[in-house]
Design a protein around this ligand. Structure first.
Ligand SMILES: [Zn+2]
Ligand SMILES: [Zn+2]
Ligand SMILES: [Zn+2]
Length: 93
């Protein structure tokens, strides 16, 4: 069981094969450390260790609770509301 009531809002499990970077940082010329993907709409944003924290800001503003790491080799997700990390698997595995 996952201690998060929002997993049914996840629609996008896999990140795109090519990611240019944080969408908002690219617009403003900002810098980011790590990238996260919104699992409701697929928006790419930067992590909470980045100066602008676009991923969690988007999650709160858009009401999209779950972010996934799109760093190479990382597949964990994070719910910004429950503040819990977990790994979601697509049924194929
Ligand atoms: Zn949750
Ligand atoms: Zn950013
Ligand atoms: Zn979103």
């Amino acid at each position: 069981m996952v201690p998060c009531s929002h997993v049914d809002q996840v629609r996008l499990l896999e990140p795109p094969s090519e990611i240019a970077g944080c969408e908002e940082c690219l617009k403003i010329g900002g810098r980011w450390l790590h990238l996260r993907m919104c699992q409701s709409c697929g928006k790419i944003g930067c992590c909470d260790s980045s100066p602008n924290r676009h991923a969690s800001r988007h999650a709160r503003e858009a009401g999209h609770p779950i972010l996934r790491s799109v760093e190479p080799g990382e597949s964990w997700s994070w719910c910004v509301i429950d503040e819990v990390a977990f790994v979601l698997r697509s049924g194929e595995e």
